[in-house]
Ligand binder design. Structure first.
Ligand code: GTP
Ligand code: MG
Length: 481
């Protein structure tokens, strides 16, 4: 296998580290009011506040409402006016809206608020967070596409609002709209090419005998920590469990828990720490695997925005086994919401999915039981639309990287989920047979060899296609003349 297949190859090294502008922005944070509406339960603003803080906002006030959606402001008119007064009193520069506003609602709210107050809904906030850290060519392209898809309907609305009655300017014919449409097509084409390259690389890696494992899950679930823990320790710092997959701009924003200063836990406790898929070698239950860490999912994003993060979705869907990381330390309601968002983003997979209940060191036995129950409730409620991924789900495995518990069970579950074939081939020993045997050793499918006189018996176990090819080569090389 070439150096090309190594740990950081899915980033574009030439683009260099991203700037640290955002860290500067954090110091004089933008003053913001959080607004949230929910139809059934009282709105819970915990997550949106965390996202806002991570994006550099200082939340100075909050307005929430429990009611159905209002077509003009999303909030009811009275609440929207309360928001306007609060924004004025608090001198807010932005309103962070915990939901996806239609273009019309965005403009109406903007018109109502004090001049200059930005309206930042949940998808836009996610885009701001991504913009902080895009660190590879694919991530840049994905971000660009997500941003353009977000902008297009809003631009159409702006053009329609600007158009005077006489001109009757149609948004479709506006040059700015056409420009954005063109850029969307070009970003989609670029991502198609990147996706094709990656599919080709996956095929090569499989031919080389690797099982492909992908880690998926909600942002901050613990994917990267687990990926680092499972990765093989190797001397070459460019390949393996080094810090090389950490975006440079983030290095100094890592969480300051001293206990986390070293090793696998040295990742920041903030959303969207990982913005590029990164692949490392890992030996799992004796199988040679390539482990791909991916971008986390986020609830409340439109389908289009989720689709823009194609590298993640493709890596998960095409894996021989996907690990779906679910944070067991979340309260059950949050766990259910995040799990549903993750499952609907994945939709379907080609291979099995092993759910991992992470951070179990933070919960006691009752807490773990409620996490399992919350997990099972979501899975039991999966509708027919989500059925493909439901079929792929195995039993959840509780794991803690912090106290090293459950890792053996996880390895067993993965080994069990990976496609496996076995064969025993008895052949004439000789130069050609040894060459075929060495081919099989290179691809890690030799489970044992027994020599007897002129013959040898080789036990093969591993990826079915590689086992079949090894068997063919051995028989071809070792059959009597
Ligand atoms: N207590 C505890 N904390 C953990 C464990 N695993 C991860 N964490 C913490 O959870 C936080 C998020 O971990 P990450 O591995 O960055 O999560 P992620 O899923 O890769 O997050 P994104 O890349 O942002 O999507 C970090 O602060 C980790 O230290 C664990 O086993 N126990
Ligand atoms: Mg990560």
């Amino acid at each position: 296998m070439s150096r090309d297949d190594d740990a950081t190859n899915e980033r574009d090294e030439s683009s260099g580290p991203s700037t640290t502008e955002t860290d500067a922005a954090h110091s004089d944070a933008t003053r913001a009011i959080v607004a949230a509406r929910s139809e059934d339960d009282p709105p819970d603003t915990t997550e949106i506040r965390e996202l806002a803080a991570a994006a550099g906002y200082a939340v100075v006030g909050e307005v929430t409402q429990r009611r159905r959606e209002d077509p003009t402001y999303d909030l009811g008119r009275g609440k929207a006016e309360e928001l306007m007064r609060l924004a004025a009193d608090a001198d807010a520069e932005a309103v962070i809206y915990d939901g996806s506003l239609s273009p019309g609602q965005t403009f109406s709210l903007g018109d109502l608020l004090p001049t200059g107050t930005a309206v930042v809904d949940r998808p836009r906030l996610a885009l701001e967070l991504f913009a902080d850290a895009a660190d590879s060519r694919a991530a840049d392209r994905q971000l660009e596409l997500a941003r353009l898809r977000y902008e297009l309907p809003r631009l159409r609305e702006a053009v329609a609002r600007d158009a005077s009655e006489d001109v009757r300017l149609r948004p479709e014919g506006d040059s700015r709209v056409l420009d954005v449409e063109k850029r969307i097509e070009s970003a989609e084409r670029a991502l198609d090419e990147i996706a094709d390259d990656r599919a080709a690389r996956r095929a090569e890696r499989r031919d080389a005998g690797f099982d492909l494992i992908a880690l998926a899950g909600y942002t901050n679930a613990g994917k990267s920590t687990l990926a680092r823990r499972l990765a093989d320790e190797v001397d070459d710092p460019d390949f393996g469990a080094g810090a090389s997959d950490r975006p440079a701009a983030r290095a100094d924003t890592a969480a300051g828990d001293p206990a986390d200063d070293a090793g696998a836990l040295a990742v920041a406790d903030r959303p969207f720490e990982t913005l590029s898929t990164t692949t490392r070698r890992a030996t799992v239950a004796g199988r040679r695997t390539l482990l791909t860490d991916t971008v986390g999912f986020l609830d409340g994003l439109p389908h289009e925005a989720v689709r823009s993060f194609r590298a993640t979705i493709d890596a998960v869907r095409a894996a021989d086994c996907a690990l779906l990381v679910v944070d067991a330390s979340d309260d059950p309601a949050a766990l259910r919401r995040k799990l549903s968002a993750s499952l609907s983003a994945i939709e379907a997979t080609d291979g099995p999915v092993v759910p991992v209940l992470s951070k179990v060191d933070e919960v006691d036995a009752d807490g773990l039981a409620s996490a399992v129950e919350a997990y099972e409730t979501v899975v039991a409620e999966l509708g027919p639309r989500d059925a493909p991924v439901a079929d792929a789900l195995r039993s959840p495995v509780p794991v803690s990287v912090r106290d090293e518990s459950g890792l053996g069970d996880l390895a067993d579950a993965v080994a069990d989920a990976l496609p496996t074939a076995t064969a025993t081939v008895e052949v004439q020993n000789g130069g050609d047979a040894q060459a075929a045997l060495s081919w099989a050793y290179d691809r890690a499918v030799v489970a044992g060899v027994e020599y007897g006189g002129e013959t040898m018996a080789v036990d093969l176990a591993g990826r079915p296609d590689v086992v079949a090819e090894a068997e063919r080569r051995l028989r071809g090389a070792g059959s009597p003349p």
